[in-house]
Ligand binder design. Sequence first.
Ligand SMILES: *Cc1c(COP(=O)(O)O)cnc(C)c1O
Length: 385
Amino acid sequence: MPEEKKLLAKTLINRIESADHLNLVHNTMIPVTKSFLPPIQEYDAFLARIWSNEWLTNRGELVKELEDKLKSYLNVSNILITNNGTIPLQIALKLLGGGGEIITTPFSYVATTAAIVWEHCTPVFVDIHPDYLTIDETKIEAAITSKTTCILATHVFGNPCHIEAIEAIANKHGLKVIYDAAHCFGVTYKRKSIFEYGDISTCSFHATKLFHTGEGGAIFCRDQALRHAIYYSHNFGHNGPLDFFGLGINGKISELQAAMGLAVLPHMEEILEGRKQVVGYYDQHLDFTDVKKLSIRDGATWNYSYYPVLFPSEEILLNVLERLNKADIFPRRYFYPSLNTIEYTHGMEMPVSEETSKRILCLPLFKGLEEKNLFTISNIISSWN
Ligand SMILES: *Cc1c(COP(=O)(O)O)cnc(C)c1O
């Protein structure tokens, strides 16, 4: 196999690894992230309740308990938890998108854009800010047309968008704001949970995310009428067994997933502390002369969710990546490619996002990443030239 194909094969394994690392990753391999697994007895105790209740899904006791606990942990006015972090985007776009044009970021996970197209809306990309990597608020107004219905922006890597500017633009033009806050578990902005901003805000509890339920997610909305529509939308539209409020889909999370969430949640402090240490190590030991790190927006408390670094060129990135891979270290090219270049999005040019996507690498970051590995990673990155 040519070297490039081998690299690709390894990257593919790396992609799958995040959801299934126990089966695929051998001991010495350092993946970009590792799912936190709670002590199995603690998970078992929640499973025992499921067995005794003989209740597996449809908003059982554990789902409601997890919602209550998350509501107070996150300090949010409301939360509805769901079976993943993509269905909340689809529900939000179904309810607010009206099949129109959605102003969105090209620098996010593909789910952000795919949800727009899936809901028969049209993504209209606006380029990103080169330091914050969130949508460039100064370029939004030029992209608004009579067909625009929403702004769907991602707080990428847990870094808030320019929320005030986006809100002002939305108010001026009568648009709705949806935030893909998949990376934002625990992030606050101006002393409020980040999930309290926008008409609808969404989160992912996927195994690779900071807090997880294996698969899972959440949707946040402060408007009561809209919240009601979200609620019935995620449960087939039901109003009782024989009656319907309207159209719906299945966005329900099961008791089995809630059990994982209930077992993980009490460990958040140690998860965050472990990640903070890794971030601290990188901050101290990487050479930032030519390699750039993410700028976190003022007013935000960040959650140590990702450690992206920007190299001077894609060539240098690929070179460093190869050396890291040879040392059995597998960072991820989050997010590559820029979403405006995907075949179903009609290729608008987004120079900052395209350039960023080619040069950005997310370094391994998880609780328990050992110092000897951090040393190797930092050395390889800091000695690219
Ligand atoms: C993970 C992620 C999603 C999708 O969440 P799932 O729970 O995997 O469906 C959406 N948007 C962003 C930015 C993500 O990182």
